[in-house]
Design a protein around this ligand. Structure first.
Ligand code: IPM
Ligand code: MG
Length: 372
C-alpha cells in the first residue's frame, strides 16, 4: 500500500492544465502516493446543481490531503441561468466550492508564501520574501448574509444599536447585510500559526493587518488577541498596520515585511497584492490547512479562455505541491522541488508567455522534473 492517498481535483478551465503539469513533477519525485481524481466545479453545478458533490467530500475524507486546481465562480443570478433547464428554479444556490471545502473541513489557516525567485523578470524586486496568513473560515466569508434583511432582524438591530437607526426608513428589500463574524478562537489560532511559522522559519516580524480604528469590534478583537499572543514570542516583533496603509507599504517597501496575518477578506486582498510583487498569479500558491486535513492550491482562477491550451504558468501549482510535501513532512523532497523551480526560473530558458516565453505548461513542468 502506498504511504499517502492524495486527492486530485483539477476543476475548471486551466485547472486541468496545471494539474497535468503538477503530475509530471509528482511522478518524477516518485512520492509514494496513490492519486485519486475527483469531481469539482462548474460542470457539476450545471448538471447536478452542486459544484462540490457529496462523492467528492467522501473522497477527500478517505485521503490524507488534496491538490486542487481552479474553479469558475459566478454571481448568484448568472449561476442560476447556467443550470440545465430541469434544475432551474428548484432552489439550487451556487456557493463557491473552495470556500465550502475550507469550512466543511475546518481548514482554518490559509498560508500564502510570496517569495521572489531570482531571475524572474516579473519580480517587482528580487529581495521580497513574505508570507501571508489568512484566516480561512470566518469573517466576511462566514456566509451569514441577507437580502432582503428579515424584518425581525432589522427591528432588533435598530433596538440594540443606535447606528442601525439610520436605516429605519429603508425598506427591508432595499438593504443587504453580510455579517463579518470573528471568534476569539479563530483570531488566536491564525495569529499563533503566524508566530509559529515566523519562529520556525527565522522571520523577525509578524504584522497584523486589520482596521481597528474603524471596524472596532472585529478588527479590534484580532489586534487585541495578537498583542497577547505576541508576548509568547519575545524574539519576534509584532507590527500593527491598517489594511489600506498596508497596500501602500507593500508597494513601497515590500522587502521590510516577513509574516503578515489577517482576517479572511483582507487576507484575500493583500495576498493578491503580494503575489503580484513576485510574478503575479502564476506564482501565487497556497495551503488551506486544518488540524488533520489540508488542501493545496494555486490562488489563480480558472481562466476559461485559456483552458486546455496548456499555455499558463504551472509554477503556482508546482509550488503548491512543494507546500504539500512540507506539510506531509517530506522536507527533503520539498526543498529539492523548490531548488528545481528556482533553477528553472534563474536559467530563464523555459518560460510560459507571462514571463515572456513561448513554452507550454507541460514544458515548464518537464524542465522542473529534469532537475529532480
Ligand atoms: C482565493 C480566491 C477565492 C477566495 C475565490 C475563488 C472564492 O480569490 O482563494 O483567494 O476569495 O478565497
Ligand atoms: Mg483571492
Amino acid at each position: 500500500m502506498a504511504k499517502y492517498k492524495i486527492a486530485l481535483l483539477p476543476g475548471d478551465g486551466i485547472g486541468k492544465d496545471v494539474m497535468d503539469s503538477a503530475r509530471i513533477v509528482l511522478d518524477k519525485l516518485n512520492l509514494d502516493a496513490e492519486y485519486k481524481y475527483g469531481d469539482i466545479g462548474w460542470e457539476f453545478w450545471k448538471n447536478e446543481g452542486d459544484p462540490l458533490p457529496e462523492r467528492t467530500i467522501q473522497l477527500l475524507k478517505e485521503t490524507d490531503c488534496c491538490l486542487f486546481g481552479a474553479i469558475t465562480s459566478k454571481p448568484k443570478e448568472e449561476a442560476e441561468k447556467e443550470l440545465i433547464p430541469e434544475l432551474r428554479g428548484k432552489g439550487f444556490t451556487y456557493f463557491s466550492p473552495i470556500v465550502r471545502l475550507r469550512q466543511e473541513f475546518n481548514l482554518r489557516t490559509n498560508l500564502r508564501p510570496c517569495k521572489a525567485y531570482p531571475g524572474n523578470p516579473l519580480n517587482y524586486r528580487d529581495d521580497i520574501d513574505l508570507v501571508v496568513f489568512r484566516e480561512n473560515t470566518e469573517g466576511l466569508y462566514s456566509g451569514v448574509e441577507f437580502h432582503p434583511v428579515p424584518y425581525e432582524l432589522k427591528k432588533m438591530l435598530e433596538k440594540l444599536h443606535p447606528k442601525a437607526r439610520k436605516f429605519e426608513k429603508v425598506s427591508t428589500k432595499d438593504i443587504a447585510l453580510s455579517c463579518r463574524i470573528f471568534t476569539r478562537q479563530a483570531c488566536q489560532d491564525i495569529v499563533r500559526d503566524a508566530f509559529e511559522y515566523a519562529r520556525d522559519h527565522g522571520y523577525k516580524s509578524v504584522t497584523v493587518v486589520e482596521k481597528p480604528n474603524v471596524i472596532r469590534e472585529t478588527s479590534g478583537l484580532m489586534v487585541r488577541e495578537a498583542r497577547k499572543i505576541a508576548e509568547d514570542y519575545p524574539g519576534i516583533e509584532l507590527w500593527e498596520t491598517n489594511v489600506d496603509a498596508m497596500c501602500m507599504w507593500l508597494v513601497k517597501n515590500p522587502q521590510d515585511y516577513g509574516v503578515l496575518v489577517s482576517s479572511n477578506m483582507f487576507g484575500d486582498i493583500i495576498s493578491d497584492l503580494s503575489a503580484q510583487l513576485v510574478g503575479g498569479l502564476g506564482f501565487a500558491y497556497s495551503g488551506n490547512i486544518g488540524d488533520d486535513y489540508a488542501v493545496f492550491e494555486p490562488t489563480h482562477g480558472s481562466a476559461p479562455k485559456y483552458g486546455g491550451q496548456y499555455k499558463v504558468n504551472p509554477m503556482a501549482m508546482i509550488l503548491s505541491v512543494k507546500l504539500m510535501l512540507d506539510w506531509l513532512g517530506e522536507k527533503e523532497m520539498a526543498s529539492a522541488l523548490e531548488s528545481a523551480v528556482a533553477g528553472v526560473i534563474k536559467e530563464g530558458k523555459v518560460r510560459t508567455y507571462d514571463m515572456g516565453g513561448s513554452n507550454s505548461s507541460i514544458e515548464v513542468a518537464e524542465a522542473v522534473a529534469l532537475r529532480l
